[in-house]
Design a protein around this ligand. Structure first.
Ligand code: ZN
Length: 699
C-alpha cells in the first residue's frame, strides 16, 4: 500500500479521482493500492526566538535575546491566532502520523507542489510523523490532469533524488528566519513602530522608494530639437535632426534650421523587405502577470490566484514557473494538446524550434501552457476566462500554422550632404498569428517615396522637455526584480534572453517566481507601497521603513540579497552546504549588530524605544526615547509638550546630545546637518530657548 501526501486537499481529490474507486474517509481517501491524504500548505513552522533562548514567551520583544543564531533549527506545529497549536492542523497531522505507521503502508509518497517549498512541506511532515523506516518516493506533477497524474504515478523517483532541492528549501527557510526575526525585532524595538524587515521585502520597497524620490526630486529641463514635418500625399513624414540646442540657444537653433531647409532633401535609398513577424514566447508566471497587469489592470495577487485555480482544476500547467520554454521530453504531450486545440478551430501545428523547446532554459518547470483538459463553455467565470484565453492565445500564436507576413520599408533622406535621416515603417500584409495574440511592434505608415524623389524640408526649433523617470508598473518592477543588475529597457521581449536566464539560474534575481507575488502583497498589506491600476507608489510607512533601515545601518540592498540568492542556488547545485549558506547570513546579520556599537562611538546612536534620557526641563517628567524621537512622559498628565525629533535636517540627534540639551541647555557641536532648501551641509549646536529647541551657530 502506498500513502500519498498531497500539498492541498484539492490536489488530493484530483489524485484520488484519477486513481478511481477510492472511498472518502475522515481526512483521507482509501482504495485498493493507495491511500491519499493531504496537508494545508505548511503544517510546521520554525520556533520563535524564545524557544531557543529560554526567555519568557509573553509576546514581549527584548533586545536581550538578539541576535539569535540557533545552533539547530527547530520546527513546531503551526500555531493559530491565540498562540496555541491550531486544532485543525493538529488533527490532520495526527491522521497522517496514524497512516504513516499503518503496517500495510510500505511506501510514502511526497506529493508536494513541484517546487522547493512543496518539497519541504511534505518532508517536514514525514520526518515528524514517521517512526520506522519506509520507502520514500516523489510524485512530481507538471499539471493536475488525470493523464499526467497516472503517468506520474507510474514514473516515481526516489525521494533522495530531490535532496538538493530540499536543501535549498531549508536553507531559504533558515536564512529568511534569521533575517526576518532578528532584524524585524531590532528595528521595531529601535523605532517603536512595527518594521517588517526581510531579505526580499526591503529591496523591493527600496526600488519603489528610490524611483519615487527620483521623480519627486526631478527638475525638468527645456531644450530645442529640430523637427521637420512634411505632408506627402496625405501621409506625414517626420524627420528629427541629431542636433539639440540649449533653451537659451533659440537663435542658433533657428539658424541651423535655415541651413537645413535651404535645399530639398533627396531620397537616396528605399529598402523594401518582405519579412515575417515572430510571436512572443510562451509565458512564465511573471510575463503572464505583466500582460494581465498591463492589459486588464489585474494585480499580481489576483492573477496568481486565478491561474492557481485554473491549475488546480487541471486546465493549465504548474504556474509558479520562471521559464518561457518547454522541455524536449514534453513534445509528445504538446502534440496531443495541439490536436485538441486544433479541434477548437485554431490553425495550429507542431513545430520543433529552439525558441520553443530548449532544455537549457528550464530549471524545474517549463512555460505555462494549456493541458489536455480543455474547459467546457460554462466551466470558467469571466476572470478565469480572461486568464485562460491569454495563455491559450499565446500557445496558439506560438504553434500557429499561418505566418504573419510583413513588409518593412526603410527610407534614407539626405539634406544637402549635411545630415542623413533614416525612417522605418512596417506594414502587415498577412495577419497570421496576430489574429489571435497581441504584438508589440508599432507599424508606422510611411509615404510612398522612391529613390531620387525630393522632399521639402520644414525644420523648426521645437521645444522639448527632459522627462522624469517613470513610476514602476507591474511589468517594469517584475523585469527589474528578475534581473536587478541590468539597465531598464523598454522592450526586452525582442532581445536575446540568454543574459536573463543566466542571471536567474545564478540566483541574482530578487525573490523568485514562486515567492515574489506574496512578498509584494505583504508590502502592500503593510502599507509600504500601493498599487493603483498597474502602477506602484511608495507610501509614508514605506518611506519610514527605508529611511529607518538606512539610519540603523541595516544594509539590505540588492547586492546583499542577490548574494544570498546566489548562495541558495549553490546549495541547490550541491556546491555548498545548507550550513555554509546559513553562516553567510549570520555574518551579514552580525555586522548590523556590530555596526550598531560602532555608530555609538560615531555619535549617531539615538537609543531604543523607552530609554530614559533625563529630567524634563519644563516639568517633573522624564524624557524618554519615543517612536518619533524624545518626549516628556508627562505628555498626558501635565500636557507637557517638550519634545525633540531624533532626526533634524537629515541628521540623527544622538542620545548624548539630548542629555546635554536638557541638563545644560545646549548640546555639543553636531556636524553634518543638511539644509533641506539648499542641500548644503552645516554644523551647529542645539540649544533651549523658552522651552523650544533651536539651532545655535555661536561657538
Ligand atoms: Zn515635561
Amino acid at each position: 500500500m502506498k500513502l500519498i501526501i498531497a500539498e492541498k486537499p484539492s490536489l488530493a481529490a484530483n489524485i484520488s479521482n484519477s486513481i478511481g474507486q477510492m472511498k472518502r474517509k475522515d481526512g483521507y481517501y482509501e482504495g485498493q493500492d493507495y491511500i491519499v491524504t493531504w496537508v494545508f500548505g505548511h503544517l510546521f513552522s520554525l520556533c520563535d526566538i524564545e524557544k531557543y533562548t529560554g526567555t519568557p514567551e509573553d509576546g514581549r520583544w527584548t533586545l536581550n535575546n538578539l541576535p539569535c543564531f540557533p545552533e539547530k533549527f527547530m520546527f513546531e506545529l503551526k500555531k493559530g491566532k491565540n498562540k496555541e497549536t491550531d486544532p485543525g492542523v493538529k488533527k490532520q497531522f495526527d491522521t497522517i502520523s496514524r497512516l504513516c505507521s499503518r503496517e500495510d503502508v510500505d511506501t510514502i509518497v511526497n506529493a508536494g507542489d513541484a517546487d522547493r517549498e512543496g518539497e519541504i512541506i511534505i518532508r517536514l511532515c514525514v520526518e515528524n510523523a514517521l517512526k520506522s523506516s519506509k520507502s520514500l518516493k516523489r510524485l512530481w506533477l507538471p499539471d493536475q490532469t488525470t493523464e499526467t497524474i497516472l503517468e506520474g504515478l507510474g514514473d516515481m523517483k526516489d525521494e533522495t533524488e530531490y535532496d538538493n532541492l530540499a536543501d535549498e528549501g531549508f536553507a531559504r527557510t533558515y536564512i529568511d528566519w534569521l533575517y526576518g526575526v532578528n532584524l524585524t525585532r531590532y528595528a521595531t524595538l529601535k523605532t517603536g513602530t512595527l518594521m517588517r524587515v526581510g531579505r526580499v521585502i526591503v529591496p523591493i520597497v527600496k526600488a519603489i522608494y528610490d524611483r519615487d524620490m527620483a521623480i519627486k526630486n526631478f527638475v525638468k529641463d527645456i531644450y530645442y530639437a529640430l523637427v521637420s514635418k512634411t505632408d506627402i500625399d496625405g501621409v506625414e513624414l517626420e524627420l528629427t535632426s541629431k542636433h539639440k540646442f540649449d533653451k537659451n540657444d533659440l537663435d542658433r537653433a533657428q539658424r541651423s534650421c535655415n541651413v537645413l531647409n535651404a535645399n530639398p532633401g533627396i531620397v537616396t535609398e528605399v529598402k523594401k523587405k518582405k519579412d515575417t513577424l515572430s510571436p512572443g514566447k510562451l509565458y512564465s508566471l511573471s510575463k503572464l502577470q505583466n500582460v494581465l497587469g498591463k492589459k486588464y489592470k489585474m494585480s499580481m495577487d489576483e492573477s496568481l490566484k486565478i491561474v492557481q485555480e485554473l491549475y488546480e482544476k487541471g486546465y493549465v500547467t504548474y504556474p509558479r514557473t520562471n521559464s518561457e520554454y518547454l522541455a524536449t521530453a514534453e513534445q509528445g504531450k504538446i502534440k496531443e494538446i495541439i490536436g485538441l486545440v486544433a479541434k477548437m478551430g485554431y490553425p495550429v501545428e507542431f513545430k520543433n524550434k529552439k525558441t520553443i523547446f530548449d532544455d537549457s532554459k528550464i530549471e524545474s518547470h517549463s512555460a505555462l501552457t494549456p493541458t489536455r483538459k480543455i474547459p467546457g463553455k460554462e466551466a470558467l467565470n469571466e476572470k478565469e476566462t480572461i486568464v485562460y484565453k491569454t495563455i491559450l492565445r499565446r500557445f496558439v500564436a506560438v504553434f500557429c500554422s499561418e505566418e504573419c507576413v510583413t513588409h518593412k520599408t526603410e527610407i534614407t533622406i539626405d539634406a544637402s550632404g549635411k545630415e542623413q535621416y533614416t525612417v522605418k515603417g512596417m506594414v502587415i500584409s498577412e495577419p497570421g498569428w496576430t489574429k489571435y495574440d497581441d504584438y508589440s511592434k508599432k507599424d508606422k505608415i510611411l509615404p510612398p517615396l522612391n529613390k531620387g524623389d525630393e522632399v521639402k524640408l520644414n525644420f523648426v526649433p521645437t521645444e522639448k522637455e527632459t522627462s522624469p523617470p517613470k513610476h514602476y508598473t507591474i511589468e517594469t518592477l517584475n523585469n527589474y526584480l528578475k534581473n536587478p543588475f541590468r539597465e531598464e529597457k523598454a522592450n526586452i521581449e525582442t532581445e536575446d534572453d540568454a543574459e536573463e536566464y543566466k542571471a536567474m539560474f545564478e540566483g541574482l534575481e530578487l525573490g523568485t517566481e514562486a515567492t515574489r507575488t506574496g512578498i509584494i502583497g505583504n508590502a502592500q498589506k503593510s502599507r509600504y507601497i500601493e498599487l493603483k491600476k498597474d502602477v506602484y507608489y511608495i507610501l509614508p510607512d514605506g518611506i519610514k521603513l527605508i529611511e529607518s533601515v538606512e539610519r540603523m545601518h541595516i544594509s539590505m540592498d540588492k547586492y546583499k540579497t542577490a548574494n544570498l540568492g546566489k548562495a541558495l542556488k549553490q546549495v541547490f547545485r550541491g556546491e555548498i552546504t545548507v550550513n555554509d549558506s546559513v553562516e553567510l547570513a549570520k555574518k551579514e546579520i552580525s555586522d548590523v549588530f556590530v555596526k550598531h556599537q560602532y555608530s555609538e562611538a560615531e555619535d549617531l546612536d539615538d537609543g531604543f524605544m523607552g530609554d530614559v534620557i533625563g529630567k524634563c526641563p519644563l516639568c517633573d517628567g522624564e524624557i524618554r526615547r519615543t517612536s518619533f524621537g524624545y518626549g516628556c512622559s508627562m505628555y498626558r498628565d501635565n500636557n507637557c509638550r517638550f519634545s525633540v525629533n531624533n532626526v533634524i535636517c537629515g541628521r540623527v540627534i544622538p542620545k548624548s546630545a539630548v542629555e546635554k540639551l536638557i541638563s545644560l541647555g545646549k548640546t555639543q557641536k553636531l556636524k553634518g546637518f543638511v539644509s533641506p532648501k539648499s542641500g548644503k551641509s552645516f554644523d551647529a549646536y542645539l540649544k533651549l530657548e523658552e522651552g523650544r529647541t533651536i539651532f545655535d551657530f555661536n561657538d
